[in-house]
Each structure stands twice: as C-alpha cells, then as structure tokens.
Design a protein around this ligand. Structure first.
Ligand code: ADP
Ligand code: MG
Length: 246
C-alpha cells in the first residue's frame, strides 16, 4: 500500500516547549488513521503543521510522494489536503446550501468557464444539491446556519471539507461536543467515506477511534509513542499508563 502522507522528523518548538518532537508517521492511501494522546500532547500542533498554518522548525511532509513542507495552505488544498472547516468559519446568516455553494465555488475557482457564468452557476448548485442529497442535511438545505444544532454544524463542516475533493482529510476532534446520537451519525458518515478519502483523525472519544481507525498513533509530550492497530494499542503497557489510565 502506498502512503498518501509521509511525515519525517517533524519538530515544532514554542519557546522552551517542544510541542512536536521529531515526529515521523505515515498515513496509507485509503486508511483511517487516528492520532490520540493526552491534552497538550501536540496533536493540534501537528495538524496545523500539516495544513500549513504553522511552519515546522525541522522535518519534512510529503503528500502523495510530493514534498509540501514549505507550501502555502492554499497550495496544499489544491494538491488534495483537506481539513474540516471550523464551525467559526461557517457563514451564519447564509443557508446550508449557500455555504456549500461557496465551498464548491472556492474549489472550482480557476476551472470555472467565466464566459459561461450561468452554466457555471448551474453546475455549482447542481453539485451542491447532489452533495446535500447524499448527506443527512438535505432537509436543512434552506436553513440559515445560525439555526442549526451543534451536531448539524459539525456535519456541515464535513460536507464543506469534502466539497474540496481532498485526497487526505485532516479531522481535529469531529466528535467534540456531540451527543450520543450525533456521534453515532458522525461515525457512520465517516465510515461511509472509508476507501474514498484517506483520513488523519484526532479524537478523544475512544469509542469513535476504535470504531473507525485502521491504525492508531499515540502522541505523548510531543513524541510518537507507537503506531499500531486498535488491538496493539490496547495491549501496550506504555499506552495504558500514559493515556488509557492503567
Ligand atoms: P493537543 O492538541 O494535543 O491538546 P496542542 O498541540 O494544542 O496539544 O499543544 C501542545 C503544546 O504546545 C501544549 O503545551 C500547548 O500549550 C503548546 N502550544 C500550542 N500552541 C501554542 C502556541 N501557539 N504558542 C505557545 N504554545 C503553544
Ligand atoms: Mg488539540
């Protein structure tokens, strides 16, 4: 199996604190790879270096075999690196469908035939309706984002990220703040994408991690403790001590 993401020796220091300490890991093409670790372990710092919001102090990042370590966030998106939009980036006064239309337009940007604006607009809305139809949010198409529940907003974040047609999707705590039913829906939604898009999933909800992850990497104090299957992670004494609580 080839790797969609290869991270080698990634380091990020904040003053005297080493938030990611020589981290190397690989996400295989098609895999759902979970990244777990206690609060402050460096998970978000790692994600932010991958998407280009934070410049690493050392190390190398490759997406599909091509180095992207120094590429801008926008260039990484164009090369197929997606991340969930944060809820704060949703346009609250716009409807679900309008938010999705804007995300599709952002992706299609350069490819739109500007001499045919009507045709371009029609194809954007057709795609928006198709994507909504495949999601659990179709009935909410005309609803302003401000009127969505927290769980619906998390669903919309995912739909918008997918509209970028990523090869690798970075997910930083997609279950955060979700109730049981909403978590189950999110797990089902992500499971439905298995094989279509590779994922690096940061998540505290271990039920979700064990339900989704093909492999799991454990980060502790900025260092990668181990990578393995759910079984291997559960069995490992160091992981139990550092994270799973004995
Ligand atoms: P996690 O997502 O695993 O909870 P973070 O990556 O957010 O961990 O943080 C890792 C460590 O780096 C923490 O000690 C945090 O306080 C520190 N940190 C994160 N971002 C910054 C920053 N911008 N400036 C200074 N310290 C930071
Ligand atoms: Mg975090």
């Amino acid at each position: 199996m080839t790797a969609i993401l290869t991270v080698t020796g990634l380091c990020k220091r904040f003053g005297g604190l080493t938030a990611t300490d020589n981290v190397s890991l690989e996400v295989k093409t098609g895999e759902i790879h979970a990244l777990i670790g206690p609060n402050g372990a460096g998970k978000s710092t790692l994600i932010n270096q991958l998407c280009g919001e934070l410049a690493p102090d050392a190390g190398r990042i490759e997406l599909g075999g091509r180095e992207i370590t120094h590429d801008s966030p926008e260039d990484r998106v164009h090369q197929g690196l997606g991340r969930t939009f944060q809820i704060t980036s949703l346009l609250e006064d716009f409807t679900v469908r309008q938010n999705l239309g804007l995300a599709i337009q952002a992706r299609a940007g350069g490819n739109l035939r500007i001499w045919d604006r009507v045709g371009a607009r029609r194809s954007i809305w057709a795609e928006a309706d198709r994507r909504l139809g495949e999601s659990g949010l179709a009935a909410r198409a005309g609803t302003p984002v401000a009127d969505l529940s927290h769980g619906e907003k998390k669903q919309l974040e995912l739909i918008l990220a997918l509209a970028g047609e990523p090869r690798l999707l970075l997910l930083d705590e997609p279950m955060a703040g979700l109730g049981h039913v909403e978590s189950q829906q999110m797990i089902a939604g992500l499971n439905g994408l298995r094989g279509h898009v590779s994922m690096l999933l940061v998540e505290h909800d271990m039920d979700a991690v064990f339900a989704l992850a093909d492999r799991i990497s454990v980060l502790v104090y900025g260092q990668l403790l181990m990578t393995g299957t759910a079984e291997e992670i559960r069995r490992d004494a160091r992981v139990r001590e550092a994270y799973l609580g004995g």
